[in-house]
Write a protein that binds this ligand. Structure first.
Ligand code: SF4
Length: 400
């Protein structure tokens, strides 16, 4: 199939529809789709900079009742390997993050029935009291839906209460593919339908929060469904303008119930480039080097990405599924500069904060990613005694 007329349309700055996107995705040579994406990136970001953020991906609990079949991270309620981090453990992680120049926590976790909304509010307030300038990029839409069910409040009210407690922005996790057929097959329909996920983001945007959007591909979805996912994000972005960035990565199959094989690096680049073409109202696309490795991460900068994501200090979820590349700030900067760009540190709003911090002051090198807890170290902090547990094992453990 010839795609020349669609290529011209993209080059002229026009929007593609779903059928045109599919034709490009399936028939345009990789270098062509990459060149189109690169043209768009250059139009949106004529300056030669590539940004990144220093933050820490903290998973406050691995206990989860959702049981998505693509997830190797969660533990069942009552599992001896289930954990909930204590406030002091989280404070320590923030101290370490600040030491290497970090500005925010990406805080996400399992759907733990024994953590009521009050625990989150207390945690957020405690963090803001100790670290007023530190940002909380926390709780993906399915976690908000889970808290809404647990607290019997609407998702909007949960978002409002979390904002009042200190929530700064919402990560786009849990989107997987925003098509309910796919969500049913992945056992993640119950945690949040496509409409529910989008509904939380819509409300957050209306309330002035910025959020990101993600896509995990390479499970059971068709190419058409990947494009439907992008179209739904594009529609919401037209409506609210609240998304700061889009991040896509391939399903990591190891140790998951679903299993299978991982998508290739070229499929990643093709998907990233297509996203840059379809999501014409998104300013920023991140390179997912944590799942793809530094070299594909570097190539991503020629396939539509303008941001290297996070200098991750800690990672638990991808690592549980068998993959987690590690790069500290020095490595990220080397990859960016070798690709011909100027690296700049940013915040969640993509405002440039400065040059690489390691060139301003000495910071400890991170040769491996930290984990939430040592492998298999379950248990919860003593302060959880004061919060009501919903599950029977939780009630027994807390003596309620
Ligand atoms: S992906 Fe998230 S919601 Fe799904 S099982 Fe894993 S921790 Fe739970």
């Amino acid at each position: 199939m010839k795609t020349a007329s669609i290529e011209r349309k993209v080059s002229d700055g026009h929007r593609v529809d779903a059928a045109e996107a599919l034709a490009l995705y399936q028939h345009a040579p990789l270098y062509v789709i990459g060149r189109l994406a690169d043209e768009i990136r250059r139009r949106k970001h004529p300056e030669p900079t590539v940004t990144y953020i220093i933050d820490r991906n903290v998973n406050y609990t691995n206990v989860c009742v959702a049981r998505c079949n693509f997830c190797a991270f969660y533990r069942e309620v009552g599992s001896p390997e289930g954990y909930v981090l204590g406030f002091d453990e989280i404070f320590r992680k923030i101290d370490e993050t600040i030491e290497v120049g970090g500005v925010q926590l990406l805080l996400q976790g399992g759907h733990n029935p024994d953590l009521p909304l009050a625990w989150y509010e207390d945690l957020f307030r405690a963090i803001k009291e100790r670290y007023p300038a530190f940002r909380l990029h926390a709780l993906s839409p399915p976690e908000i839906i889970h808290l809404s069910r647990l607290s019997r409040l609407g998702p909007e009210e949960v978002v409002d209460r979390l904002i009042a407690a200190g929530l700064d922005s919402i990560p786009g996790g849990g989107a997987e593919i925003l098509v309910d057929r796919v969500r049913r097959l992945l056992h993640c329909y119950d945690k949040a339908t496509a409409d529910e996920w989008l509904g939380v983001m819509r409300h957050a945007h209306v309330r002035g929060l910025r959020t990101t959007a993600t896509m995990m591909y390479g499970t059971v979805e068709t190419p058409e469904e990947r494009i439907e996912h992008m179209m739904r994000l594009r529609d919401l972005q037209d409506e609210t303008g609240g998304f700061t960035a889009f991040i896509t990565w391939s399903f990591q199959p190891k140790h998951t119930e679903l299993g299978g094989t991982e998508a290739t690096g070229t499929e990643y680049l093709r998907t990233l480039a297509l996203a840059r073409i379809v999501l014409d109202n998104f300013d920023n696309l991140q390179a997912s080097w944590v799942t793809q490795g530094g070299k594909v991460g570097q190539l991503s900068l020629a396939f539509g990405a303008n941001d290297m994501g996070s200098v991750m200090i800690e990672e638990n979820v991808v690592r549980a599924a068998g993959a987690a590349y590690c790069m500290d700030e020095i490595e990220i900067v080397r990859n960016v500069e070798d690709a011909g760009f100027v690296p700049k540190r940013r915040n969640m709003h993509y405002e440039v904060l400065g040059d690489p911090i390691f060139r301003e002051r000495e910071i400890p090198r991170m040769m491996s990613l930290a984990t939430a807890r040592a492998d298999g170290a379950g248990g919860e902090a003593p302060e959880l005694q004061q919060y009501p547990a919903r599950s029977r094992p939780g009630r027994e453990r807390r003596g309620h």
